[in-house]
Design a protein around this ligand. Sequence first.
Ligand code: ARG
Length: 588
Amino acid sequence: MRSVREAWKAAVASAVADMLAEKGADPSLSEAVAAEAPPDAAMGDVGFPMFPFAKALRMGPPQIAAALADRLVAEASAGAAPAGTVKAVGPYLNVFLDRASVAAQALGSRSLGSSYGRSSSLAGSKVMIEFSSPNTNKPLHLGHLRNDVLGESSARILKANGAEVMKINLVNDRGVHICKSMLSYMAYGGGRVPEDEGKKTDHFVGDYYVRFNDLKKDDPKAEEKAQELLVKWEAGDPETIALWKKMNEWAVGGIRRTYDRTGVSFDKYYYESQIYLTGKDEVQKGLASGVFFKADDGSVRVDLSPIGLEEKVLLRKDGTSIYMTQDLGLAIHRHQDWPFDRLVYVVANEQQYHFKVLFYILKRLGYDWADNLFHLSYGLVNLPEGRMKTREGTVVDADALLDSLRELALEEIQAKGREDAVGDPLDTAEKIALGAVHYYLAQATPSKDMIFNPKESLSFNGNTGPYIQYMGARISSLLRKRDRGEGSASKGSVRPELLSSPSEWELVRLVSSYPEAVEQAGAEYNPAIVAAHVYAIASAFSKFYHDEPILSCEDPDQAATRLALSEAVLVVLKNGLELLCIPFLEAM
Ligand code: ARG
């Protein structure tokens, strides 16, 4: 269903196209028509800037806006324009939507339920998204939680826009860091297993990785020995492989339990141990075709001067590969596995250079899909106390963080005496904890570094997950009361034209523009856009709830209509929270 807003956008675009054609300019320039929100609702509900057409039309933007307004008014009187009125305001063409039709449409979201906000903007497109990609020497930490929510949420948003999505995880299960935890287990483990110590299996492995620090003191040759162990691993030494397998199962098993807890899942796991040699052939092929060159020292390199960078080694002179070689092979291999239209890498911004170079090389190798690779680059997550550092023990373990947030949420439920109202207090506390972390991490602009403040994330007031969950619970409770026959609503009928107060109109506007937010979030791979929308609608609801009687409204039609609006808001909250991997709560 096309919204009244979208209908207006199409009408403006088609009028601009006509004007362009009349002036002998390219009508497809009208694709640049973009809707903005005017700074003040008194100026209109949607504004279309005319700057992009000034050159082609050889007119000033205000002149274009005025001419366009005349055209659209004429179309409207001929019954050919969508409902509403237009006005030129300086360089903008502003539209005042017909509120009753927008309201009727917004209320229509109730019957669409969980499919409200879905679009077909990415239909027919296959998107592969790689995220999480942990190392198997330690458990997940706060940085992974940011990665995971960005990846899982982007995947859900892409699917909501009609894309076919394949979620993949590249597990880094080989290398010298893995050998360090193995070596330390060999020294101190004494054959113990995680159950002996009642530890979650990935924590058990991680603790040995940390104990490598002790080993270095006990054995000055520890670093060398780790390198030797890697050589043995590469040679397939049975004992080494057996221990490696056992420890990796512990690590991956524990990490997967955390994914289950946070609601993250993957369609396919790739393991570096199985693919770290891929890519060498591709480099050889590129050498043969002249894309790469052999340097004087015998290494194979690529010239990066076209993108303003120093040349880069792809195969060392002894023929061994590097991180880049592996990623080249892997991207090509993945495209053969599942011919994607786009491939998204959710990886920290520390690797910006790596992906820039990777994408450039794939393009030079002639892969046409190389234009559609995207590095969803995200910043560090720091704590209010400062930077996280593994060795200084200030790294925030994901499981421990969730446990402590759950504990705090449980205390809050108890302090408010809500144990009976919520049903299962521990389960509710767990869902609040997840809501707190996921929302806090998802609302931040992905590319920016951020500070995670655990206390703040849990606040029931302000821009937080629990606040939004709380609004959802409050609306659910209102609707339960209505359904039990409380108030006059059951005697009234829903009349969209009654929704005219500022706080009602704000909710109508936010319900009806929700699908656009989901579409934009999909186009930009940015869950923060959905988060901002969901927060805006939760706080607008809070204002509405404060300003207007709802259940207790005397006029039955008005009561029924306001409850219907509340129900439409609930649809948006539920669907938006689902996209953000935040559990919905009926009661809090
Ligand atoms: N495991 C890597 C790390 O810990 C991230 C892997 C990123 N993905 C990739 N295809 N290079 O930094």
